[in-house]
Design a protein around this ligand. Structure first.
Ligand code: MN
Length: 226
């Protein structure tokens, strides 16, 4: 936590939230160095995709309004938001109405990332190149910071762009292809209604009939009651 000369790197995260009211993880910067990434679909006032890269014990974060694209011709606006604690990457659930960002949050994709070049330089220069190893997103991307304008009022606007590689697909919008949680298989509606997570990425592909069929062999092995 005491990084950057004792400055609390998660001060902005804390200031926006009341941890007595929201189930979001409390702020604690990690000490270990990892390379996880997560994309959370978040139906707040407007639905957007929160794109988070683990770096220096926190999740560097951008809100991508239209979500990531696999089409290199698509430049997706990504507004930089406050650093989030690492634990946030495991958060799927409901931020209560009336709280900051109120609405359901879904873990839409997760995995690891690797910087291409020095990530600190990339972040400072506003030209962060990296490779994703996710379930749904793979391959090379770049985040490019746009020139600040007065009307941005201090907001940092970046663009998230797919690079041309084996994973690039013209016209492919993965956020339309995948509408359920990569972790629990739940839809936004199921998360919103408080459905208990199944915690299986396969669950989304099983129809209720297929699920019942799968349950039968397990039952067969069980001793009759009494
Ligand atoms: Mn958000």
């Amino acid at each position: 936590m005491a990084r950057a000369g004792g400055r609390d790197v998660l001060a902005a995260y804390k200031a926006k939230r009341d941890f007595g009211k929201t189930p979001e993880p409390a702020a604690k910067a990690g000490r270990k160095r990892g390379n996880s990434f997560v994309i959370q679909k978040h139906a707040a006032r407007r639905t957007h995709f929160d794109f988070r890269l683990e770096h220096d014990g926190v999740l560097k974060s951008w809100a991508v309004t239209r979500g990531p694209s696999l089409d290199p011709s698509q430049k997706r606006l990504a507004v930089m938001t406050e650093d989030h604690p690492l634990e946030y990457g495991g958060f799927e659930g409901i931020i209560p109405k009336g709280e900051y960002g109120g609405g359901p949050v879904m873990i839409w994709d997760e995995g690891t990332w690797e910087p291409i070049g020095d990530p600190d330089e990339g972040l400072a220069k506003g030209d962060l190149k990296f490779r994703l190893h996710g379930n749904r997103l793979k391959g090379d991307f770049v985040l490019v910071r746009m020139k600040p304008r007065k009307e941005d009022r201090g907001r940092q606007n970046w663009l998230l762009i797919k690079k041309r590689d084996a994973y690039a697909r013209d016209g492919d919008e993965p956020t339309q292809d995948f509408e359920t949680s990569v972790r629990s298989g739940r839809s936004m509606e199921q998360i919103q209604s408080g459905d208990v997570p199944v915690w299986s990425s396969k669950a989304q592909k099983k129809t209720p009939a297929a699920r019942a069929k799968r349950a039968t062999p397990a039952k067969r092995g069980r001793k009759p009651a009494g």
